[in-house]
Design a protein around this ligand. Sequence first.
Ligand code: XMP
Length: 510
Amino acid sequence: MTALERVAILDFGAQYTQLIARAVRECGVYCEILPGDARASKVAEYGAVILSGGPASVYDAGAPRVDPELFGAGLPLFGICYGHQLLAMTLGGRVERSAHKEYGQAEMRVLSSNGLFDGLPEQMAVWMSHGDRVVDVPTGFAVLASTPGTPVAAMADATRRIFGVQFHPEVAHTPLGRQVLENFLRRIAGLHGTWSMARYREQVEPAIAEQVGQGRAVVALSGGVDSAVATALVHGVIGDRLTAIYVDNGLQRQGEVAEVSQAFRSAFPGLHLVVVDAAQRFLHRLVRVTEPESKRRVIGAEFIDVFEEEASRLGPIDFLVQGTIYPDVVESGVGKAATIKSHHNVGGLPERMRLQLVEPLRPLFKDEVRRLGEDLGLPASLVWRQPFPGPGLAIRVLGEVTPERLELLRAADAIVREELGPHGLGREIWQAFAVLGGSRSVGVMGDARTYGELVAVRAVSSRDGMTADWSRLPHELLARISQRLCNEVPGVNRVVYDITSKPPATIEWE
Ligand code: XMP
């Protein structure tokens, strides 16, 4: 892929920036997110530029700006929302502050296509979410579209290839938005759309070979899709110089350790896979630990100890393969607010063990990782696995984690997953699981009083785990789950369904 086949997305703090990036990738064009004020010389390494939305008002003191030299670089530019207003203001147009926000779908009338609306109808539904609006376009610009509330819904200086839209083409609420983006990328910017996972493999495999040379590497398999795909990819390049270590921390779901190791062994018979039974060690460390962050810390620290011990048995190792993906990289680049949960990962390992990192999935989004996994021959059971937290069931057993309570939760969780399976809800639901609520309540079974455990069922839909909505499961399905949980899991006498979204709740209970 030449440099010019890449798009830079300048980020002005919009909640939708990653959606823009994903939409661009889905158009077959590789893109990267850069800070809004990135230097023009850096941006000139790309073939086109998208200016994202953002919460600021262009006239605010300290509102983010672009490097003015960007306009001299001759690159095709496409401003979205704040990016559109920024283009208008910087190039001599006028933006008006408005007290009330236009939020929701609007009917847009296309006045002139100029390439951007080629092949699209004259009237289309678009998603608006803005306060300010452009009222005068800069010299050389034409108004391409308007809505009743937004006179300049789209504008262009086609000669200089500078375009701006007030609406959000990247969200699903703009049904034809993908075509608008595609028109900008292909017709206006002249990009070819050659980005695919097959292409990515062609580039990344030689890069892995070059980085690792004749060295040896380890990878921590978690059962999740990212580490699975990273393992498959690196194994394909360096063969038995890669060792995969799968730590059974005793906190996995029913049958999971056997399933995952079996799936790997049959898909990659030559893979050097070490499964470490460390369940007792983890459970021992968790005795009397009840506070959620303490659980996470204890499990994270124990994991590093076990992994390090195991790796040291292998002799000299030079590299640690990690399944870091693009959202991890972008998120950590932005100053984040309070830590809600300390995610357990292998972060502390590279320094302690003096290992160099191999991160072959770093530029990819989750859906791209899954496609790459399929391309590498990983079984669907691994590629489409629901996300599962590093601390495992420990953060779904509220209160103390004992072997008995883990067993109860495992049985309950297996029923929830089993019942959801036949509904074909597998890929629509981001995660579905059971939580052992940690409180007891009175019930009646047969003619006797019970004082039993509460199990909560959680099912959410989400694109990336950052926000989530609780799934509207059919009542009959919930009824069957509830009945089975009380009948088949000894000790359970009450089942509740979690109807909170994220925010205000989080997906996991701890
Ligand atoms: P929350 O509960 O924060 O979860 O809404 C968001 C997503 O992250 C997963 N999760 C984790 N994943 N290590 C992980 O690898 C962790 O410590 C961890 N904690 C939560 C969670 O399952 C959901 O998909």
